[in-house]
Design a protein around this ligand. Structure first.
Ligand code: F6R
Length: 607
């Protein structure tokens, strides 16, 4: 989704802005632009397309050491050069970049037009620059504060004025904004990846706050002009972690990193002596944990599927009723918050608007909401009542992979903890820990076999539709397999419970629609095999992900990929990795932009 970068300091701003925008590319965008204060004027350059297109359009040198930049992911108005940010006031004295949506932009625009302001774009963001202009009386910070008070909706924005050299003003409501503190230079960004090459010292700007910065300092205040004291956080990620390090794509790198990322999610969180999990950040006493009678999980996309697996684990291990629900749906159905229920908001980015707003709605009703997030310092973990960081490291590819398996790990540990406080014996707990600790090694084995998925991708990449079928704890994995394939290859794919196909989807089966069956050696194996036979009987092609040595499955399926044997609750890890790789290789066969698939954004900060 849209990205923001701002710079003031001694260095040429244009280079830093373009480099920052390049690092924000992974979020998804369709146009980009920068504005630099150059020779007492604001110079704006913006282009539809990729950063490379913008770069090609820029003059060789752009003087000026203060500027703002933006990658746009269109919401209002088509994708073209004019609608790209930055936007400027009619006389070119003010420039603005904005993330979010101005919900009341129509009445604001009408009023501004009545007052003689001319609009040149179709964007909602343009109203902000004219509003600031209409309220400017020689003090940019003050004008921004007055302007944002008139806005309904969400914003993360940065503004500059040609008459205030070296000054940037940022404001936030609902769209992330982080200040980076360098040596005699300052940065503003929507995401730390844009600035980590320059500084690790950051200040997270909160909703309702405004920051005014120059190269040498910054001031944070609220909309009533009261100073706000902020703490400086230090980013723990290293720059190398957001580099490709020799891989062709971030997605490939992130899939192959999973043995380590899962290990990181586990590290320091297992108490071997008591055979239980230890999640220090939950902010809940043992007594409070003991009183938990129900767990509800809210999330979107891949994180939702991880939540479905989590609910399954909580019920089967801890015998606690648990369910997962799409955050976007929960928010608008006036959810009932029950006593002794703990909620989890699961989000890789920690910024997904659907999940964040659902969390706030639940909190308003008195719920305790814990976060399971990856991005440290993002909004969901900051606003949640406690939670677990999964420590996957930066996930740059738009398609989520390593975050999924680390989210699962957080749920295994939480379920183990609750189970051990209830019925699970120390022996059973120790056994489960052994199975869990074996997972990184077993995923290594799956990864060692990855080459055998390439011929499958070659064979099936021309299919127009796919079904992904699993049962029990692997049903959400089938949904995730379908999501991975459709988002990066653009092949239509549906995930179903294998049991469900006879209730409708079997009508889709013919020789052109392959079905991917997940067949672990669990209690439902026989049932899944029957479903495979039903598909074969209708001339459907079957790709099975089965367990080493399962000759019966191999004899039915057209193609099979084997994973190592494991405890039946551990198969989601081993089944999802081949599905991620299959999607990746299929997208490569089709020549897709794997890391930045069309229309998608990494962090979805609008509803
Ligand atoms: C799929 C994908 C999305 C995200 C969803 C939620 O590969 O990346 O479906 O899972 O947008 O994002 P987070 O986890 O950041 O809340």
């Amino acid at each position: 989704m849209c990205g923001i970068i701002g710079y003031c300091g001694p260095r040429p701003a244009a280079d830093i802005l373009v480099e920052g925008l390049k690092r924000l590319e992974y979020r998804g965008y369709d146009s980009a632009g920068i504005c630099v204060r150059s020779e007492d004027d604001l110079s704006i350059y913006k282009k539809k397309g990729k950063i490379a297109d913008l770069k090609a359009y820029l003059p060789e040198t752009i003087a000026g050491s203060t500027g703002i930049g933006h990658t746009r992911w269109a919401t209002h108005g088509e994708v073209n050069d004019v609608n790209a940010h930055p936007h400027s006031s009619g006389d070119g004295s003010i420039a603005i970049v904005h993330n979010g949506i101005v919900e009341n932009f129509t009445p604001l625009r009408e009023k501004l037009e009545e007052d003689g302001y001319e609009f040149v774009t179709e964007t909602d963001s343009e109203v902000i620059v004219h509003l600031v202009d209409s309220l400017y009386e020689g003090d940019l910070e003050r004008a921004v504060k007055r302007a944002v008070l008139l806005l309904k909706g969400t914003y993360g924005l940065v503004v500059m004025h040609k008459n205030e050299p070296g000054v940037l003003v940022g404001a936030r409501n609902g769209s992330p904004l982080v200040l980076g503190i360098g040596e005699s230079e300052m940065f503003l960004a929507s995401d730390v990846t844009a600035i980590i090459a320059h500084t690790k010292q950051v200040v997270y700007i909160e909703d309702g706050e405004v920051v005014c910065l120059t190269a040498d300092g910054y001031r944070t205040s609220d909309l009533k002009d009261r100073p706000v004291d902020k703490t400086i956080d230090v980013i723990s990620w290293e720059l190398e972690e957001i580099e490709k390090e020799g891989f062709t794509h971030y997605m490939e790198k992130e899939i192959l990193e999973q043995p380590e990322s899962i290990l990181r999610a586990m590290q320091g969180r297992i108490e071997s002596e008591y055979a239980t999990g230890h999640l220090g950040g939950l902010n809940m006493t043992r007594q409070e944990l003991l009183q938990v009678e129900r767990v509800k999980i809210i999330a979107a996309g891949t994180s939702f599927y991880a939540g479905m697996v989590g609910a399954y684990l909580l019920e089967s291990l801890a015998r606690i009723p648990a369910s997962a629900e799409l955050a976007s749906e929960l928010r608008y159905r006036n959810p009932i918050v029950e006593r002794n229920t703990v909620y989890f908001a699961v989000s890789q980015s920690g910024e997904t608007a659907d999940t964040l707003y659902a969390m706030r709605e639940l909190q308003r009703k008195g719920a305790r909401v814990l976060g399971i997030c990856n991005v440290v310092g993002s909004t969901i973990p900051r606003e949640s009542d406690g939670g677990v960081y999964i420590h996957s490291g930066p996930e740059i590819a738009v398609a989520s992979t390593k975050a999924f398996t680390s989210q699962l790990t957080a749920f295994y540990l939480f379920a183990l903890m609750l189970a051990r406080m209830r019925d699970m014996s120390i022996e059973k707990g120790a056994e489960l820990i052994r199975y869990l600790e074996a997972i990184p090694h077993l995923i290594d084995e799956v990864i060692d076999r990855k080459e055998s998925l390439i011929p499958l991708a070659r064979k099936y990449h021309r299919a127009e539709d796919f079904l992904f079928l699993g049962r029990g704890i692997n049903y959400p994995v089938a949904l995730e397999g379908a999501l991975k394939l459709k988002e990066i290859s653009y092949i239509h794919a549906e995930g179903y419970s294998a049991a469900e196909i006879k209730h409708g989807p079997i009508a889709l089966i013919n020789e052109e629609t392959p079905s991917v069956f997940l067949v672990p050696d669990d209690a439902l194996r026989e049932k899944v095999i029957s479903n495979m036979k039903e598909v074969k009987a209708r001339s459907g092609q079957v790709i099975a992900i089965a367990v080493d040595g399962d000759d019966e499955v191999a004899s039915i399926a057209d193609d099979v990929f084997f994973v190592p044997r494991a405890h039946e609750l551990m198969y989601p890890y081993l089944m999802v990795v081949p599905l991620q790789l299959f999607a990746y290789y299929t997208a490569l066969e089709l020549g897709r932009n794997v890391d930045q698939p069309r229309n998608l954004a990494k962090s979805v900060t609008v509803e």
